[in-house]
Design a binder for this molecule. Structure first.
Ligand code: NAP
Length: 300
């Protein structure tokens, strides 16, 4: 499905010189081309990105810099991850041109309001050391959502945020937000993975022209995802791992995944999903893994 909507981004594949500890080196050879998804208004979002939840301190900084070196261009953070400064430091360490990155952050529940939302946005920018965001999301559907959205719309129209969206919204919450909106959310970032496929929500988002983005695209490994026999068998047929099969499955469903890893080899493995295709039978086998329930009941 995504294949029809995506275009190849030359940026990720283009020669890029990155700086680490003062030593500049060309890293083009390992950077694969990541397709992009149009969000409207000329904004193109990479179809695969890097998540940073739970990454802190130097691990976060080095992971972000290395993710960029490996080829990731979409970096996902949030105020509540308490790592925006380290994400910003990692971006600067990478030496990459800011314009070739796609940086997402999120407004936390406590700040969901008009004035508080504007203040929170500026604090996020200051911590990241950036002067605009590519995507800013309402993290959870709590607080003064209409006020927060109005603040985000103004910042978007002023060119401070290229695209605005939401996270963890169901259809009714989206409809409630859109009743007051002048700008439609571009993205809804939700929990989805083979054990919680959210197929109905994916259909209604697609019908509304809203891109679904997957948080916990691996369910953080819960329920034995990385050793699931179905995913492993499909992987063996393609010379791929269960993780790569899952990320390819997200991609073929038109869902943008943002896997997190503190392991450099995993980061590279997770990028290598654009050189194979799951057929209808394999997609059908994965469809049968759906348990139709969250793997994170403690977060809802
Ligand atoms: N909007 C929201 O409410 C919300 C909520 C949660 C998360 N998020 C976002 O979504 C991102 C992704 O979700 P997540 O971080 O919760 O979980 P995830 O990406 O589903 O899983 C991360 C786990 O998978 C492991 N892993 C990664 N690649 C692997 C591979 N190739 N083989 C084996 N293990 C692998 C990692 O371990 P290693 O480090 O050892 O590789 C880590 O333990 C977050 O980082 C955050 O940016 C958003």
């Amino acid at each position: 499905m995504l294949g029809r909507r995506t275009v190849l981004a030359g940026g990720a594949a283009a020669a890029t010189v990155l700086a680490f500890g003062g030593a500049r080196r060309a890293l083009a050879a390992e950077a694969p081309a990541i397709p992009t998804v149009p969000l409207g208004g000329g904004v193109a979002m990479p179809a695969l990105g890097f998540g940073t939840y739970g990454l802190r301190g130097d691990v976060c900084r080095h992971s972000v810099a290395d993710a960029i070196a490996a080829g990731y261009r979409l970096i996902d953070t949030a105020k509540v991850y308490v790592n925006e400064e380290e994400v910003g430091a990692g971006i600067r360490d990478s030496g990459i041109d800011r314009k070739s990155l796609f940086v997402t952050s999120k407004i936390w529940v406590d700040d969901a309001g008009y004035e508080s939302g504007k203040r929170a946005f500026q604090t996020t920018l200051d911590k990241l050391g950036l002067d605009y965001l590519d995507l800013y999301l309402i993290h959870r559907p709590r607080g003064d959502l209409a006020g927060a959205w109005r603040a985000m719309e103004e910042l978007h129209k002023a060119g401070r945020i290229r695209a605005i969206g939401v996270s963890n919204f169901d259809d009714a919450q989206l409809a409630g937000l859109m009743a007051h909106a002048t700008v439609k959310p571009a993205v809804n970032q939700v929990e989805t993975h083979p054990f919680f496929q959210e197929t109905t929500a994916l259909g209604s988002l697609a019908a509304a022209g809203i891109v679904m983005e997957a948080w916990a695209p691996f369910a953080e490994g819960r329920n034995g995802l990385f050793t699931n026999p179905t995913l492993q068998a499909i992987g063996r047929a393609h010379g791929k791992t269960a993780a790569q099969v899952v990320l390819r499955w997200h991609h073929q469903r038109g869902v943008i995944a943002i896997p997190r890893s503190s392991n450099p080899a995993h980061r590279r493995e997770n990028l290598a999903i654009f050189d194979f295709q799951l057929d209808a039978d394999e997609m059908g086998q994965i469809a049968k893994l759906d348990l139709s329930r969250s793997q994170f009941p403690e977060w809802t």
